[in-house]
Design a protein around this ligand. Structure first.
Ligand code: FAD
Length: 393
């Protein structure tokens, strides 16, 4: 078998690249270890930045999203028992789109496989990459049905298999990987309950951070700061709701609407960045190249940014022989990646400084928070980074 491009991983990055290639009539093969049903239901992200939605729309990939996504224009910080509303929409004219990741993945798979006729294999295992530093690389995998190893020759491999995939492991030993461990855990929860506020809420509390994010009229995502590596079983239904009530308490705040917890898992907050994101004929995209702790809800947005650049660059090279997009790919991605990493680190201190047990960090955290609500310049800078609208990426 031979395909110009093999895409490893059918997440937002891999499927977007596949769709861009199919729109340019470039054949590609997407390989995915999970089943289609599984990836269409895996809950994760929900916040998509406006530039990313425009990028999907330009590529004909946002018809359902544009109809169904909620628009968010405000967020609310709660600290010291008070509520502070931050209206970034009013300040910038830009907003966030809330659209659950499984719905986006469902749309992208359908468009790629059912509309644009792209090839995809689900349930593959033992994916291996070969001869990446030659002009004739290949990818092999064990097919789900036949249990036979299949070898696919190609020109390029797009490594889009997320933070735990195999493509990053194919990098040579001297590849540079920068890592950061926040030393913090978040209990990530999905509650079968409508949102309890009309916007996202960030609770800054001595017990730890708490977050409230609408996902749909029926489901709400909550986060609770916890020790890294904590066992979700330590968090009973009663303990979860009691901590959420305490950490999100504020004068005039309505009660939390409780519901069954349908997801409960601990995420350790760490990040890493691979530089450069290219080795020979392997181009990494999304979480495979850079994991961003979900502190600032940036990971899927970065995955889409990489995918737009890589999909366009591969299409330009394979249809017109243009090399500039591929040559500049890694550098262009990494500018946004590092900008978002820095913002996540800044925001982490805002969320976790007061619960660190360090009075000095608590003091500087409150100073940061007060500045957001007293200095228009600080507010504008925050809005720009929160929305990902900085112009010079
Ligand atoms: P993935 O979505 O991880 O896709 C990789 C795919 O590759 C998967 O389908 C996987 O099954 C497959 N795969 C793995 N190994 C192999 C292999 N060996 N061979 C073939 N296929 C393989 N980001 C935001 O922007 N906003 C948010 O609000 C947000 N919230 C989040 C909340 C949580 C709880 C979590 C965990 C993450 C959140 N993120 C958020 C991050 C976001 O989900 C990821 O950044 C995003 O999924 C990255 O997309 P991707 O395509 O790079 O990788």
């Amino acid at each position: 078998q031979r395909f110009p491009v093999v895409v490893v991983g059918a997440g937002p990055a891999g499927l977007t690249i596949g769709n861009i290639l199919r729109a340019a009539s470039v054949d590609c093969l997407v390989l995915e270890t999970e089943t289609r049903e599984f990836i269409e239901q895996r809950p994760r992200a929900g916040v998509i930045e406006e530039w990313a939605v425009r990028g999907l729309q330009q590529r004909g990939l946002a018809d359902t999203l544009s109809e169904r996504a909620q628009l968010h224009t405000d967020c609310e910080f709660r600290f010291g028992g008070q509520r502070f509303r931050f209206s970034y929409g009013e300040l910038t004219g830009t907003h966030h789109f809330v659209y659950p990741q499984p719905l986006l993945v469902t749309d992208l798979v359908r468009e790629y496989a059912d509309v644009r006729g792209g090839e995809i294999r689900f349930g593959v295992h033992d994916v291996q990459l070969h001869d990446l530093d030659t002009e004739r690389p290949s990818v092999s995998y064990v097919d789900a049905e036949t249990e036979q190893r299949v070898v696919v020759a190609c020109d390029f491999v797009a490594g889009c298999d997320g933070a735990r995939g195999v493509t990053r492991a194919a990098l040579p030993g001297h590849a540079h990987i920068a890592r950061h461990d926040y030393g913090i855990g978040w209990l990530a929860l999905l509650a079968e309950a409508p949102p309890s506020n009309d916007c996202v809420v960030f609770g800054i509390h001595p017990n730890g951070f708490a977050g409230h994010m609408a996902r749909s009229p029926e489901v709400t995502r909550y986060y609770l700061e916890c020790p890294p590596g904590d066992d979700p079983e330590n968090w009973s239904h009663e303990r979860v709701w009691s901590q959420l009530r305490q950490r999100l308490a504020a004068t005039d705040a309505g009660p939390l609407v409780e519901g069954r917890l349908i997801e409960k898992r601990v995420l350790d907050m760490h990040s890493h960045v691979v530089e450069p994101m290219v080795f020979g004929r392997l181009f990494l995209a999304g979480d495979a190249a850079h994991l961003t702790a979900p502190i600032a809800a940036k990971g899927m947005n970065l995955a889409l940014h990489d995918a737009f650049l890589l999909g366009d660059a591969l299409a330009a090279y394979l249809t017109k022989g243009e090399e500039t997009g591929l040559d500049g790919y890694s550098e262009a991605c990494l500018r946004r990646v590092w900008d978002y990493q820095e913002f996540s680190q800044w925001l982490s201190e805002v969320y976790h400084g007061t619960s660190s047990g360090d009075a000095y960090r608590a003091g500087t955290t409150f100073a940061r928070l007060r500045r957001l609500f007293t200095s228009p310049t600080a507010a504008a800078a925050f809005a720009e980074q929160y929305l990902g609208t900085a112009p010079a990426y």
